[in-house]
Design a protein around this ligand. Sequence first.
Ligand SMILES: *Cc1c(COP(=O)(O)O)cnc(C)c1O
Length: 382
Amino acid sequence: MSVSIPFNKPYFSGAETRYIEQAVRSGKISGDGMFTKRVHAFFEQELGFRQALLTTSCTDALEMAALLLDIRPGDEVLMPSFTFVSAANAFVLRGAKVVFVDSTGLNPNLDADALAGLVTARTRAIVPVHYAGIACDMDTVLQVAQLHGLAVVEDAAHAIDSYHRGRPLGSLGQLATFSFHETKNIISGEGGLLAVNDARFGLRAEIIREKGTSRSAFFRGEVDKYGWVDVGSSFLPSDIIAAYLWAQLENLADIQRQRLAIWERYQQALTPLAAQGVGLPALPDYATNNAHLFYLVCRSLTERTALIAELRQRGILAVFHYVPLHGSAYYRGRYGAGPALPWADHYGDCLMRLPLFYELSLADQNLIIEVVLQFYQKYSSC
Ligand SMILES: *Cc1c(COP(=O)(O)O)cnc(C)c1O
């Protein structure tokens, strides 16, 4: 059967094309135009980032972070194994060794209590990912970082409009990265953002983003000519991308309300499965929910494969998520078998995500819930 309920459908407010046309007609569609400035101001004023810089992707923002931290060959960087490959690549590109941390049993976030035991004289940074938009144990992460003089780069790709003890995710680390890939809550097709919360990095972040030149300061009239002053690359997106993104940000409250309603409906309907040992998203008391994704943790890989197949049979596309990086071909090729990270492996084998997007109808969601519940009625006897 063909798919009738996709996993994701990109949100579209209708204003995107209007703003893109406006950008085009303004005669300036390169980076840092009118819409980029609006987007920067939004993140700085509404979400409290010291400085927001749009990038062409979260991957690029992570690469900027590695450059800003002057990561060098031999340095070590701590991050969860259950994360997206870009977080690792950004530091590996600078010659660093990535040291993987296991996830917690509660949820896929990194086990902050394991960090201290992994710090060596070469450790430079911690890169926590707020999985599903649910905050990591940032009290412990920041404490370990402070004690050992490490930088914290929050991979906040999932985490727009989510909070840790009332503080926006992305404002807690010296640096933080966001993604506006079409699978995220707020999108621009491809796109990302670097939040610079430590003033030390501000000027250099602008330079690295503008090909290693002082171009940004020049356009503000702070220097009378611009030139090559540092390493860098081209990390800034066209204002056309920012125009699309602005239409989304204008609707942030509405998007979040709708996603949360869908998420709560899943949670309510599927919570009974917990009695059978099926895992559901778990929120520690310091974390909020931004409804980035709704997941189940099946009891085995076999069970997950069967459930995904059952949903697929009924025209519903549900998908698993990260393949833990410590078991990847690249990592094993370089470092061998690596550490045993049982929770990362568990989520790699057993976690699956259900469709969650703005336009998901009540009827479609009810069908998804029914198929999952029926599956577990059959499966409970196995
Ligand atoms: C989506 C994602 C990224 C990469 O985002 P891009 O904008 O596609 O580069 C990085 N980290 C995490 C956790 C993600 O989910």
